[in-house]
Design a protein around this ligand. Structure first.
Ligand code: NAD
Length: 363
């Protein structure tokens, strides 16, 4: 089994392992089980497919350990206090001690929610991320951001809690619904858009291979994305500066997601695709970049089967009101991640609300 490893340095270093079949690697999965309690948290789609393999691997490597499994509903609508509480209750019920470990098996919803529970239980226990969606592999499992949603906004309650390790089993992508694969590709494109113009060239050349689930192309895209996320989060773990670039398109995306209702309409990756196009267009309107760059990004996202316009029925004023509540909004008004062109994103504070409103109304 050939694996790629990406190291994430900084105060709480960890390794991202990327390979085909890693969920069967008992030694790797059990390596970070310091104590005797392991809780595998997954969702109702992923658990029947891979939960058994993970539990069997942990059991064979650590027959002395007490293992429990918690299966939660799937999807963004499940990223709630109620389900967070179920993870905490499962830890309490098994008598989990400070050296317990959560294995978060699933997409970004499970990773964020289980990771947040790991951050909170006894003020922080270990969490091993086992991402099974492309989006979770290239983005949410790396970097230590954990959260749940509340009706007022997405990810408003959470913590920074880096994982002990990330094990990306690329074989799990074979069961991922095509729409979810495309959602993950939106976050892959994001790395090119913000800091790696060469990656956009590569994605232009490999779009068909990625959509056809070519294993070599997918592994290359995952590794390149993870290297970017690792480098950025290592330099700026708490998002005091550069890390905010990873939110390119997200101010728009989070407003769209909140406004349409979690779990309805566009999923996160799709909303990010629309948001990136809006950010690129806003950059052009503000004279920072050319419209040609916005068009190139739009064309690539469309080729990847992603939406590029705000869904009908969403009110521009309501979206703007949501953006004012966004975590990236500071005292100095609306703050966006915009770009000076492909691969050159930067933080722009005090963006004129009327320009944003006009863009939202016209889209
Ligand atoms: N923490 C971070 O830094 C960060 C970054 C980006 C996104 N996120 C969060 O990630 C979430 C989105 O993650 P997501 O797109 O993975 O959504 P998700 O977790 O809802 O997964 C998408 C769907 O795919 C299913 N699925 C996952 N893997 C599968 C597989 N291998 N086979 C079959 N079905 C599978 C899931 O059950 C679900 O129905 C959002 O809540 C977003 O806020 C967090």
């Amino acid at each position: 089994m050939s694996t790629t490893q990406v190291e994430v340095g900084g105060g709480a270093p960890y390794t991202i392992h990327i390979g085909d079949g890693l969920l069967g690697d008992a030694t790797l999965l059990a390596r970070h089980l310091r104590g005797r309690h392991a809780l595998v948290v997954s969702d109702e789609h992923v658990s029947p497919l891979y939960g058994g393999a993970v539990v069997a691997a942990l059991q064979s490597a650590r027959p002395d350990a007490r293992l429990a499994t918690l299966v939660l509903p799937a999807g963004e609508a499940a990223k709630t206090f109620e389900n967070f509480n179920r993870v905490i209750t499962a830890l309490a019920d098994m008598g989990a001690t400070r050296d317990a470990c959560i294995h978060a098996l699933g997409g970004g919803v499970i990773g964020d929610m289980a990771g947040f529970a790991a951050a909170c239980w006894m003020r922080g226990i270990d969490c091993v991320q086992l991402p099974t969606s492309l989006l979770a592999m290239v983005d949410s499992s790396v970097g230590g951001k954990t959260a749940i949603d509340i009706p007022q906004g997405k990810n408003l309650v959470g913590a920074f809690h880096p994982p002990r390790a990330v094990a990306i089993d690329t074989a799990t992508l074979r069961t991922l619904p095509p729409r979810e694969l495309r959602a993950g590709l939106a976050e892959v494109v994001k790395y090119g858009a913000i800091i790696d113009a060469g990656f956009i060239d590569w994605l232009d050349a490999h779009a068909d291979a990625l959509l056809a689930m070519d294993a070599t192309a997918l592994s290359a895209a995952i590794a390149r994305s993870c290297r970017h996320k690792a480098a950025i989060t290592e330099r700026d773990p708490l998002e005091h500066g550069e890390r905010a670039l990873l939110n390119f398109g997200h101010t728009f995306a989070h407003a769209i997601e909140a406004e349409q209702g979690y779990g309805a309409g566009l999923n996160h990756g799709e909303a990010v695709a629309v948001g990136m196009v809006l950010a690129a267009k806003l950059s052009a309107r503000l004279g920072m970049a050319t419209m040609d760059d916005a068009t190139r990004l739009t064309t690539l996202l469309e080729r990847l089967g992603l939406p590029v316009r705000i869904p009908g029925g969403l009110d521009a004023d309501a979206l703007l009101a949501r953006m004012r509540l966004d975590k990236k909004t500071a005292a100095d008004g609306l703050r966006f991640i915009l770009w000076d062109g492909i691969g050159r994103a930067r933080i722009v504070a005090g963006v004129d609300e009327s320009a944003v409103l006009q863009l939202l109304r016209e889209d």
